[in-house]
Design a protein around this ligand. Structure first.
Ligand code: HEM
Length: 159
């Protein structure tokens, strides 16, 4: 796993703390953006049938649960910036689970774009290019492990 610079870590930790304790509203901004960027992702959630439009979906308990889970994974990564490798097995398995539910690895990059959008909205003037890059550096480490788990799962299926 790659390493982050001390500056990256400082920018990530400070900005994450600035978002406040309850990360779910920020997660909703992020997923609203994600579904704007790629509405087809909505259909991967089996419980999508219970709602019609995106705002309605995102306020349903099942969608909120996924948003909460995503924010918890990001929180775990922010808490382990010095030892991200300890999350490796968890992230490999998470990638595998997303392969199972039909998420394509390219969609992880769209989540990265939605993450930066959320940070810009939530941090306002506190958002800088260096901060965005620091987050992208961290997110790409997380996604790289998820992608390896995803690929391994796919290999196993085609054998
Ligand atoms: C590319 C966009 C994504 C889509 C379409 C997607 C979709 C799904 C679906 C359909 C499930 C299974 C149902 C559920 O638990 O709600 C799931 C589970 C989950 N997702 Fe995602 N996901 C995406 C990205 C992410 C990302 C980026 C993370 C974290 C960084 C994440 C974290 C999780 C977690 C923790 C679970 C629960 C896994 C378990 O059951 O152990 N997801 N996701």
């Amino acid at each position: 796993m790659e390493k982050l610079s001390s500056k990256d870590k400082e920018l990530i930790r400070d900005s994450w703390e600035n978002l406040g304790k309850n990360k779910v509203p920020h997660g909703i901004v992020m997923f609203t953006r994600l579904f704007e960027l790629d509405p087809t992702l909505l259909t991967l959630f089996s419980y999508k049938t219970k709602c019609g439009v995106v705002p309605e979906c995102l306020s349903s308990p099942e969608f909120l649960e996924h948003v909460t889970k995503v924010m918890l994974v990001i929180d775990a990564a922010v808490s382990h910036l010095d030892d991200l490798h300890t999350l490796e097995d968890f992230l490999l398995n998470l990638g595998k689970k997303h392969q199972d539910v039909g998420v394509k690895t390219q969609s992880f990059a769209v989540v990265g774009e939605a993450l930066l959008y959320m940070l810009q909205c939530s941090l306002g003037a506190g958002y800088t290019a260096a901060l965005g890059q620091a987050w992208l550096n961290m997110y790409s480490i997380v996604v790289s492990a998820m992608t390896r788990g995803w690929a391994k799962n796919g290999e196993h299926k085609s054998n």
